[in-house]
Design a protein around this ligand. Structure first.
Ligand SMILES: C[S@@+](CC[C@H](N)C(=O)[O-])C[C@H]1O[C@@H](n2cnc3c(N)ncnc32)[C@H](O)[C@@H]1O
Length: 329
């Protein structure tokens, strides 16, 4: 998508209060102000310098579970709602999976794998709707898998298991569709992950992704904007965000054809504005923020950093949210 097209689609975000807030998110002084609030509460050097490995990702989802339940989705979605009409609605948590359903052939038994299935929200929806197809979900979070496995009871075409997407525990060339929502951002080795997905897909099979990336223009951003990106990434257990263009080059290198790459960042803005408003409440009184940080798991409370900053990052085109479809050649 060209910058002008992105701006045009951002214009769809809405009217009234949301539009006013959008302008606020383009304002550098406001961004400095909020990063200052974060630095009043958190040791930002230790957040920025953290090395995030698999154990830290597992600990992050374990500690953040209560937060995701309370402020994210009651139904167990651990991803952003897609609200193309600019108004936040919980129905938007189902939008990605409704789109993924269209990639399944109606007249055959599709073999489908979800990477980083979390609490099973997506695969459960699909398995319940498309009974003639078979669904597998893998994840490294036992906390999430315990929810997912309970959900899968009673559905014979659905199975969740422990598994790392860098070393997928399935035979070669058996899946028609592999999909993921916001999980491969945690990979510290995208080439290894892409080679694994390529291996388990049938020839012509699809890998469908809904994922956050750094924008192609990342290197030319200001130091403040880059600091914002790293604060967001580390606070959500992402060791280092990848530039979407470089990530797609890696996909091509391992044998994928890039069928589509749509920047749909504007569709997560209503959800991000909601998180931002909640995070602002947390940062209102520094003394209280510090007290809460002292008594609650820091992995959980650090989510407020991303909550506060993400609308700035999207509106300033520092990070993007993309729908990508790759096909195994
Ligand atoms: C943001 S959550 C998304 C969960 C789910 N896709 C959804 O939409 O609700 C990311 C998930 O990726 C999982 N994950 C992170 N690294 C992983 C890895 N190396 N292999 C498998 N799953 C991983 C996490 O445990 C977490 O459940």
């Amino acid at each position: 998508m060209q910058p002008n097209e992105l701006k045009a689609s951002k214009g769809q975000i809405g009217t009234g209060a949301i539009e006013l807030e959008e302008n606020e998110f383009l304002n550098t002084e406001k961004l400095e102000h909020y990063i200052g609030r974060i630095e009043d509460v958190f040791d930002s050097e230790s957040v920025l310098g953290a090395k995030i490995d698999k154990n830290k990702v597992q600990a992050y989802y374990h500690d953040s579970n209560i937060g995701y339940n309370l402020v994210h989705s009651k139904d167990g979605a651990v991803h952003m709602a897609l609200n193309y009409n600019g108004m936040f609605s919980e129905d938007g948590y189902y939008q990605q999976v409704r789109e993924i359903e269209k990639h399944l052939s109606p007249d055959k038994k599709n073999m489908v794998l979800e990477l980083g299935c979390g609490k099973g929200f997506n695969s459960f929806y699909l398995a319940d709707k498309v009974k003639g197809s078979s669904f597998q979900g893998i994840d490294i979070s036992n906390k999430h898998l315990s929810y997912a496995k309970k959900k899968a009871k009673g559905l014979e075409n659905l199975n969740f298991s422990f598994g790392d997407f860098h070393s997928i525990n399935f035979e070669d060339s058996i899946f028609d569709v592999v999909f993921e929502l916001e999980s491969v951002c945690h990979s510290n080795d995208p080439e290894k992950l892409l080679r694994e997905v390529h291996r388990v897909l049938k020839k012509g099979g699809k890998f469908v992704l809904y994922e956050g990336f750094r924008s192609p223009g990342y290197e030319n951003l200001t130091d403040l904007q880059k600091k914002m990106a790293v604060l967001i990434e580390k606070s959500m257990a992402v060791n280092e965000g990848y530039r979407v263009d470089l990530w797609l080059e890696t996909a091509k290198k391992v044998g994928f054809k890039v069928e589509t790459n749509d920047d749909i960042s504007y569709a997560i803005m209503p959800n991000l504005i909601r998180f931002h408003r909640l995070a602002r409440k947390y940062f209102k009184y520094t003394f209280l923020s510090k007290l809460i940080l002292a008594i609650m798991p820091s992995n959980l409370i650090k989510n407020t950093i991303a909550g506060l900053l993400m609308p700035f990052s999207i509106m300033q085109e520092v990070q993007t949210y993309n729908r990508i479809i790759l096909r195994k050649k």
